[in-house]
Design a binder for this molecule. Sequence first.
Ligand code: VAH
Length: 316
Amino acid sequence: IILITGSSGQLGTVLTKKLQKKYGVDNVIASDLRYDRDFNGQFEVLDVSNFEAIKAIVLKYKITQIYHLAAILSANGEKAPLNTWDINMKTFFNVLEVSRLYNIKKVFFPSSIAVFGNNVERLNTPQSSNLTPTTVYGISKAAGENWGNYYYEKYGLDVRSLRYPGVIGYQSLPGGGTTDYAVDIFHKAVNNQKFECFLNASTMLPMIYMDDAIRATLELMEAPKEKITVRTSYNIAGCSFNPKQLATAIKEIHPNFEITYKPDFRQDIANSWPMSIDDSDAKKDWDWQPKFDLKLMTDVMLRNLELKYNNNPITI
Ligand code: VAH
């Protein structure tokens, strides 16, 4: 039985459905701070920073796997640094401890390309780079990776992790990250609105389309244990682009789309992150291969959002 924390978030929304489909609705328990009325399936209101609360759910449902997606993201995290550290770490410690004590078989911990800072190769950033994150979010992810590794080494807990690039999907909205522009832009485009981008035109960042991100997660979690050689967190890559290239891809389909640029504090965060990622360990260990490039991702995003907002099936 699988427990997902942060199930109403950007990744959680889609991952929950995928896990329900794969393992059956009865075998997936979704949880978040608030109940979402539109949710179909088994749901528990859970504040993961409360150890007794997560323990009660683990015992009630005899949970065997935890996907711990609850966290405060990079941009929001900078508004209250110490609080972000407390929440991101406390929740993960509770997950690790409940897993160690109550016989959880596997734990998934999402890390991020935000673990990298200014001391790395910005192009094709290697797996084994020196981590000097510039945001509290990044610091909490870098620490979390090492704690996952520690629980694996010390207690044999099977913790697995990916360093996600910015995730782009039509099903859900991101909450308070630096890569959010790459989702927001599509919503503006299909509603024929101008888009003001909070990063400048040439800010290249690693991104990944939702389907690829979810598939990478499931492939990692299903890989035989002996294939997992990285116990901190695996680099994974989808495609890299900057706001200008994304706007150009959107204009191919929406020629009247307009973008302007007004960088804010998130520009500094983006400037400290890699432009592209070397994911050769994931490729070697569990045959990772992304499927969506910029063009394919743009087509699928626009097609699905046209249907959602305008009930308009566009042919591309
Ligand atoms: C953020 N989307 O912007 C997240 C992510 C790669 C960045 O971890 O904070």
